[in-house]
Design a protein around this ligand. Structure first.
Ligand code: ADP
Ligand code: MG
Length: 684
């Protein structure tokens, strides 16, 4: 077998032609090493058939049996219900989407081999939308000889291709040990083999949790690589120059004097921390961390004032139009009386308006507010000295870097990154190793606490009454529909159904609907009408999680709360409790609750403190909840998970330092292997 060097183009692998290579490139896979380090997200056990009699909720298994009956049931929303038996027991297969020929085929009562997740159903255990094939009852069911890896896939690149290229890469690509970790039992090559192709006797639970020593070996290497890339990046930024902005200028003082409130102690402290950074010549790279409602915006505004007073410009970006618009309104209110121009720029600003906005910024208009459109090439500033980025977890590190190059001459603007993702401090240090961290750990006085009630979904009619009552009192209500692990389409469908049903149950209430399948414009339009009070009840999927501010909304219902992560529940709940009314959040769950689920809901009932919630979340450790979800954007890992891998963190810093000082060439190769081209991350 020829040995391919890791940097060889991926087309060197058998079966990878230019067409597939193009699709793979969209997943970020261009070299042979990329094929090897594209790691499974999870595994399926198709190495054995499980007797139906031994199924338990939560199992993902293969079963084989005879169709005993098949019928389509239900009125409004029909589903196809199939009973499958194998002599040890029976299980229901349920399909919400099905075709006529499928119904016909199943009526003939064939013998099926199915794979899927087992759930408690209305009438015993069921599998919803299992994969199935018709088989011959008299021949043994074909099984796999390894656990089946499931890779992060993409358009036109399915599991079959990904499995093929990982097999080829395992056989043909040579890898070098870069991590100098003498206490590790696993070599890199062995760990990669195990993780891509676990043997049938592997502990599926341990693998699914990412706790297998082979996975941990890779996770450690990945964490070290990320740490090194962040240190590179930080060095690179520090070697640049930023406009130095004198502290204590009159404009900031004027702004503070005009505020209708006093800054909290915590706000005052972080204002000083930021002010000192801005006065220096090294570009600030600071994370401003504060719980939902802690008052980060005004802190950012004071920093903006410092930039303006020194004769420079500032830009503030947010991940959605809704959020950006809120900032636009706040900053206009505060700065226009002081004679500062605030320019609005998003992807929707087009034509003459856009030209005018671009000209104003090139001319030196004080403040730009908008979405990622501000990061585009065409946007030029006369003298940009400060960039504020809200809700960092929605932007990636790379996007953040793009704004770095918009400073005057060869100077780099200061950056302030605001985040409400409640992360315990230890984690923040690792997730944002290239940033200094300021924390606002105090809420403004006079906040009305949010009462949280945990309610069995059986008591839906009481919940409806409560909603009806709130509406008659002139309050506005959020109703959050959640279906965890389901597709966008199913989510949207469930929300649409719920909205129709609530409209029916609540008579003439003005009900709005937002979900992830709607276009940005449509979503914003509905949100706008809710904000203006024209809609009284908003049915939404978790798309409303981030930053929406409607003070008159004081009741929130969250369905299937037991299935959401604590940090997500906390973010959602933060949408209420923003006005003068007492707010309530009802967490609906379906019995029976697992022990952990019960404890998690209990945490939500007990506290609204994001940091305490995050801490408890870590302790209870639902999979990937604190930082583990791949969408945090702060850092995207292939295998490491900051929440799960906390025990590794202590080794990461020393290992990174050792490699940097003893083997600088390896440091770059590690970054290339796990993070990407070190050039982009500030390596030499
Ligand atoms: P977040 O930190 O979630 O971005 P915001 O900046 O949106 O919070 O502030 C939430 C609300 O609190 C705003 O209406 C803001 O004007 C108000 N606020 C901020 N600081 C204070 C303060 N020190 N005292 C009273 N209200 C404040
Ligand atoms: Mg905010």
């Amino acid at each position: 077998m020829t040995e391919l060097a890791p940097e060889t183009a991926i087309t060197a692998l058998p079966g990878v032609g230019p067409k597939i290579a193009e699709k793979l490139a969209q997943l970020g896979l261009t070299s042979c090493a990329d094929a090897l380090f594209h790691l499974p997200l999870r595994y399926e056990d198709r190495t054995r058939v499980t007797p139906i009699g031994s199924l338990r909720p939560g199992m993902r298994v293969m079963v084989a049996g005879q169709v005993l009956s098949s019928a389509s049931v239900g009125r409004a929303r029909r589903s196809l219900v199939v009973a499958l038996g194998d002599g040890t027991g029976r299980v229901t297969l349920r399909f919400f989407h099905f075709y006529a020929n499928q119904t016909r085929m199943l009526r003939r009562k064939p013998y099926l081999v199915c794979y899927g997740e087992v759930r408690p159903g209305y009438d015993g255990l069921e599998m919803v939308h299992p994969e199935y094939t018709v088989a011959d009852p008299d021949t043994p069911v074909p099984v796999e000889d390894r656990l089946t890896p499931i890779y992060p896939a993409g358009e036109g690149v399915g599991q079959a291709i990904l499995r093929r290229i990982s097999s080829a890469a395992l056989e043909q690509v040579g890898v070098t040990e870069l991590l100098d970790a003498p206490d590790e039992d696993w070599t890199l090559a062995d760990a990669l083999h195990y993780v891509h192709r676990p043997p049938p006797e592997a502990d599926l639970k341990q693998l699914s949790d990412g706790e297998h020593p082979a996975q941990q070996r890779l996770a450690l290497e990945e964490l070290v690589a990320h740490r090194i890339s962040m240190l590179f990046m930080r060095e690179r930024t520090r070697s640049r120059r930023a406009p130095s902005l004198a502290t204590g200028p009159a404009l900031a003082a004027e702004l503070i004097a005009a505020l209708p409130f006093e800054l909290t102690g915590a706000q005052g402290r972080v204002v000083d921390e930021i002010g000192n950074d801005l006065a220096g010549e090294m570009p600030m790279q600071r994370l401003l961390h504060g719980d939902v409602g802690a008052g980060k915006t005004v802190v950012a505004a004071i920093a903006v004032a410092q930039a303006l007073a020194a004769g420079h410009q500032a830009a503030l970006t947010a991940p959605t139009e809704i959020l950006a618009e809120q900032h636009y309104r706040s900053l206009s209110t505060w700065f226009e009386p002081l004679g500062v121009d605030v320019v609005w720029l998003t992807g929707r600003v087009k034509g003459r308006e856009r030209t005018a906005a671009l000209e104003a910024l090139a001319d030196g208009a004080g403040i730009a507010v908008g979405t990622h459109a501000l990061m585009e090439e065409a946007v030029r500033f006369r003298s940009l000295a400060l960039v504020v980025i809200d809700e960092q977890h929605r932007f990636g590190v790379r996007q953040r870097l793009r704004l770095r190059d918009k400073g005057p001459g060869d100077s780099t603007p200061h950056q302030l990154i605001m985040s409400a993702t409640p992360i315990p401090r230890t984690l923040a240090m690792t997730a944002y190793a290239d940033l200094e961290v300021s924390v606002i750990d105090e809420l403004p006085p006079g906040r009305k606490p949010i009462g949280t009630v945990v309610v069995n979904a059986d008591r839906r009619s009481e919940v409806i009454e409560r909603v009806a009552f709130a509406l008659t009192e002139g309050r506005q209500v959020y109703w959050v529909c959640t279906l965890v692990e389901e597709s966008d389409v199913l989510q949207a469908e469930a929300a649409t159904d719920t909205a129709a049903q609530l409209e029916h149950e609540l008579g003439h209430a003005a009900v709005g609907l937002v979900h992830g399948r709607m276009k940005g414009v449509e979503k914003d339009e509905v949100m706008g009408r809710f904000k203006a009070g024209k809609l009284r009840l908003l049915v939404a999927t978790t798309v409303i999680e981030v930053g929406v501010d409607v003070p008159n909304a004081s009741l929130m219902i969250i369905e299937n709360a037991e299935r959401l992560g604590l940090s997500q529940l906390h973010q959602l709940r933060g949408r209420v409790g923003r006005g003068t009314a007492e707010s309530t959040c009802l967490l609906l769950y379906r019995a029976p609750l697992t022990d952990t689920a019960r404890q998690r809901l209990e945490v939500m009932r007990e506290t609204t403190d994001g940091f305490r919630i995050a801490q408890r979340d870590l302790e209870l450790r639902g999979p990937g909840e604190v930082l583990g979800t791949r969408q945090t954007g702060a850092v995207q890992f292939r295998i490491a998970d900051l929440a799960r891998d906390q025990p590794l963190l202590a080794r990461v810093g020393p290992a990174a330092q050792r490699i940097l000082s003893d083997f600088p060439a390896r440091a770059e190769e590690l970054v290339r292997r796990w993070v990407g081209d070190p050039e982009r991350f500030g390596g030499v």
